[in-house]
Write a protein that binds this ligand. Sequence first.
Ligand SMILES: *[C@@H]1O[C@H](CO)[C@@H](O)[C@H](O)[C@H]1NC(C)=O
Ligand SMILES: *[C@@H]1O[C@H](CO)[C@@H](O)[C@H](O)[C@H]1NC(C)=O
Ligand SMILES: *[C@@H]1O[C@H](CO)[C@@H](O)[C@H](O)[C@H]1NC(C)=O
Ligand SMILES: *[C@@H]1O[C@H](CO)[C@@H](O)[C@H](O)[C@H]1NC(C)=O
Ligand SMILES: *[C@@H]1O[C@H](CO)[C@@H](O)[C@H](O)[C@H]1NC(C)=O
Ligand SMILES: *[C@@H]1O[C@H](CO)[C@@H](O)[C@H](O)[C@H]1NC(C)=O
Length: 470
Amino acid sequence: MSHINKFLLLCLTAIGAAARDDFNVLHHLGGNGQWFQGPAITGISSDVPSGCTIDQAAFLSRHGSRYPDSSAYNQWTNLSSRIHASKLTVLDKRLAFLSTWEPVLDYPDQQIAQISTTGYKELYDMGATYRLRYPDLYAYNTDFTVWSNYYSSSPRVRDSARLFARGFLGPNATELGSIFALNSSDPRSFMNSLAPSDLCPAYADNGGSPQIDIWNSIYLPPIQRRLNRLIRGFQFTQTDVSIIPYLCGFETQIIGSTSPWCSIFTEHEIFQYEYAQDLRYWYGTGLGTDIEKYMMVPVLDGLVQQFVDGPNTTYTNSDGSKFVPPRLIASFSNDGQINQLAAAIGVFDKQSPLPANKILRDRLFVSSNFVTMRGTIGLERLSCAEKVDGDRTYVRIRLNEVVYPVAACQSGPGKSCPLRQYQQLVKKKLKVAGNFSKICNVTNPAIPAGQNSANFFTDVSLPFATLVKP
Ligand SMILES: *[C@@H]1O[C@H](CO)[C@@H](O)[C@H](O)[C@H]1NC(C)=O
Ligand SMILES: *[C@@H]1O[C@H](CO)[C@@H](O)[C@H](O)[C@H]1NC(C)=O
Ligand SMILES: *[C@@H]1O[C@H](CO)[C@@H](O)[C@H](O)[C@H]1NC(C)=O
Ligand SMILES: *[C@@H]1O[C@H](CO)[C@@H](O)[C@H](O)[C@H]1NC(C)=O
Ligand SMILES: *[C@@H]1O[C@H](CO)[C@@H](O)[C@H](O)[C@H]1NC(C)=O
Ligand SMILES: *[C@@H]1O[C@H](CO)[C@@H](O)[C@H](O)[C@H]1NC(C)=O
């Protein structure tokens, strides 16, 4: 290394900026980063194993990159007002932007909570990518059905499904595409929607508390002290510090170039933030919870049954008409559902619980690798030459495109799981979860009792689904 480079490196490490070439801060922001293809941490090729074809596939995706919700936006404007009310000077030029920093939304009234332009890009790309990936699962210029959760106050999930359909179907998307937008607060949709927790009174996403509070009290104060030593006339609160990586992720995707907030945390501090995100999801809606982790098991159970039925099965809708579902079953929801499904699919079943007081190294559960914006859990049905117990069908799981083996079932080609065994594993989870009316403390008499499996993917005349065009 030349003396000049050494000098530069010293300057960089003075503020502690990332010095490693392969470190990308945007890949360590948990649920607050834009989409990227997950790192190949499992070492399993995503090529179709030899002797196999994919004859059916399904995915649940989070909506694409978006503008902040109003609560986050209020934090940004609050921080900005406090900075501008101060007479701040900084001792490091990486903080020089602070004195002129304004939240990057030009039309907050219209933009808050909506899909951002990077989100449009992610979803169009995703549509085209999936069309290219599964050429045999869709016939040219034919009808195609997609499912989405739908909150009328926040249409970003429905709009993600629309943009995906446009990328998938191309110029005829409006004619060919049908999106069934499900109302997860209609009592008839109990355990039969893309946000089943909405009808579960006992469901409580506590955001990862108390574990995340312990971790925040360990990792944030040193960062706060380090940064505040570089500033005169203004001091960051601990809450301000906790949203710096969030600002980095959101600003970068909203404006389409790297936000100055991304240069403030060191690499080590970003890993600490990433771990806080993992605690948030593990103990908020994941395997570290009592009932929250079960919320997507009924949806998974319905999907697995469709894989068992096979790709060309004709179903009867509740109005008596017939329906052959698409061979690529595409659906969209929010981060909570992605994480609940991650808890259900069996890939994290051997993950030891995440400690609150120190980073668990070499963990498989890293939310940055699948809860990103447009984060996607995919299931593929493999039909292979190889037989297990007289059956040639297997299931393979992909998180942000990377193949993850099911912890307790990986005897098939490419570490896939024999489909019948996978169904047994999911049925077992359903059994352990028990009676959903009971675990949810349901009191609303309009909610049907004993509804423990979803069938909305095979019945398109349910009263709580609204047809929307791309
Ligand atoms: C910022 O938020 C804090 C905490 O909610 C509040 O006390 C303060 O008045 C706010 N400041 C501004 C400038 O909005
Ligand atoms: C759109 O649909 C029409 C009617 O089926 C067809 O003639 C046309 O080729 C389609 N366009 C594309 C781009 O496939
Ligand atoms: C969804 O269902 C709830 C409960 O039945 C109802 O109040 C609401 O209007 C429905 N929303 C839409 C968009 O249909
Ligand atoms: C469910 O209801 C029971 C009995 O009313 C109550 O003891 C329990 O705390 C409730 N659980 C939750 C999570 O609300
Ligand atoms: C499903 O139908 C398609 C198109 O008709 C056909 O190519 C495929 O072999 C069928 N798959 C199965 C598993 O029956
Ligand atoms: C499930 O729980 C509900 C509410 O506690 C109860 O009414 C219903 O009978 C239970 N169903 C079964 C099959 O146990």
